[in-house]
Design a binder for this molecule. Sequence first.
Ligand code: ATP
Length: 233
Amino acid sequence: MSTPEAVGDCALNRVPMAQPEPIGLFGGTFDPVHLGHLRLAEEARIALGLATVRWIPAGQPPLRAEPQTPALHRLAMVERALAGNPAFELDAGEVHAAQASYTVHTLERLRRELGPAQPLVLLMGADAFARLDAWFEWRRLFELAHISVATRPGHNFPQVGAGDTAIFSEFRQRQAAAPALRTSPAGAIVPFALTALDISATQIRRLLAGRQSARYLVSEPVLDYIQHNHLYR
Ligand code: ATP
């Protein structure tokens, strides 16, 4: 008969340490959240095998003009857009922060919360990625998370002509030495192909300001919220 210690050893030998599944992080102004955002999160979840996607609406984004809509309305719209999808979670940390939030600080907070081993994947569109080198302490982002870039099928990524920028030289180096998303907590840049949906919040704000239909560009609960609260008039 084996001793309890031996049984324990045996079990340890046979059962590999479970790797935590990567968690996606998706920040944006979401003014308003639209179907392009929802498809990005959903397709990233499937393509990258993410356990969940945490949506992080910006409070006061440091790099752009004050959003048209107060943060609490943008938060409420994202909450409605995510309802019913158990893989989507809402993170109100930036909205409730006292000052403008930098992504690097948000990632530090999430690292403290989720631990050093948890793979984190920051999701963004190729347009946001191309401007990454303007973000506060952008090189530190890679110490804290992987970055996954949604690209359009049929379009080159990185774009031709973008070769000399700091961000694309970082991209080339990191792709060559890419750690695996699932087995390392941070440091890779991973493109994934996203169904092209030419939808932007700017276009939706314009349509609504002109009293035109934004139906099927945003989800019905979000449109109901917009109408009920007389937003974007
Ligand atoms: P705006 O028109 O106000 O600039 P937006 O529609 O680009 O807004 P943001 O909240 O600024 O929305 O974007 C959040 C993230 O979603 C960014 O990483 C952006 O690249 C990405 N994104 C937005 N729309 C799309 C889309 N249609 N397809 C792919 N990615 C998108």
